[in-house]
Write a protein that binds this ligand. Sequence first.
Ligand SMILES: Cc1cc2nc3c(=O)[nH]c(=O)nc-3n(C[C@H](O)[C@H](O)[C@H](O)COP(=O)(O)O)c2cc1C
Length: 341
Amino acid sequence: MFLSDMPEVTMRKTAAIPLQNLLQPLQLAGGGTVSRIMPGPMEGIMHPLFCKAVSELGLIDFWITPFLRISTDVPRDSRLRHFIRPFVETGLPVIVQLMGINPELIAAAAVRFRELGIVGINLNFACPSKQVISGGAGGALLRKPELMRQIVEQTARACPDFSLSVKLRTGYEDSAEMESIFEQAVSGIKLDFIAMHFRTVKEMYRKTDQGIERIVRAVKLAGNVPLIANGDIFSAEDAITMSGATGCAGIMIARGLLKDPFLSRRIRQACGDPDSQAITGDGRIIFFNKLLDIARRDPAKYWSRPQFMELANYMWGSRHPYFEIFKQLSDKEFQAYSVAE
Ligand SMILES: Cc1cc2nc3c(=O)[nH]c(=O)nc-3n(C[C@H](O)[C@H](O)[C@H](O)COP(=O)(O)O)c2cc1C
């Protein structure tokens, strides 16, 4: 699905509260910390070109990878290494997201990844894609909280003193399911954080005006586990509204990072971070030109016209004049191109 197809939600505005807490690092089990302004995993978007541009511009502090589906077996080490390479190559800490329905296999994959030097595992119980749901994985597991608990517990047992977190939606059909999901699936389990996308699986990306109210409930249900609020944070003001209104321990931004690649830095600035550099110019243009620059330096590794077009579509939408220009350029012209402000 393209960003332009996804309706945006206008959040209820509340009084802005200064949010020093978003600047405080979040402690991970086994040592190390990560930022409370987290990048949302994005399958299909977080390819080597994207990862390199993000890290060269210093746009985020760590990665949560898109999901790796563990179905019938634990993939060979070469496959696991290949999966994490674009993230590891950036030098930033990496949390690997796993998805599946078999607790033993997921736990075994987590052990293998741990040995490859990542800092943590995140378990996906949120993905609403038809293909994933039809296999009973991702968001479908919200209907099987006992199986979710087995997956979480077995992974925790297999990787003691290691960072473990989950990504959830507020329910499968209805957010009223949230209370029983917490109770049955995660209560009493030591997690480093729970990332909560405020929509239900059935809502996919549809508009809801209940985002803040649902996150308030999730924060209460999470108790001592830091609750990371996710959904429709497209500006520093959205981040401040979400954080101030819900008391969440952090925020996660996905599509917002595509619409404004400097969003994380903008949020830090809004929170009064003295170390955050000022941003001058249009962040999307800076980012897109960085992508082009990387592809020019090493076309064999990074040039992919479909990836450029997809990112342009997410950033500007298919009706934007830039998009039209890109469509008409030959590969050679595109590679030599740079977007002017
Ligand atoms: C293209 C795309 C790919 C995504 N892939 C994943 C994924 O692999 N794992 C995951 O947990 N969430 C994935 N998500 C969901 C986002 O991480 C996030 O939860 C969701 O987009 C809501 O946050 P946002 O409003 O900040 O975009 C994906 C979202 C998009 C748009």
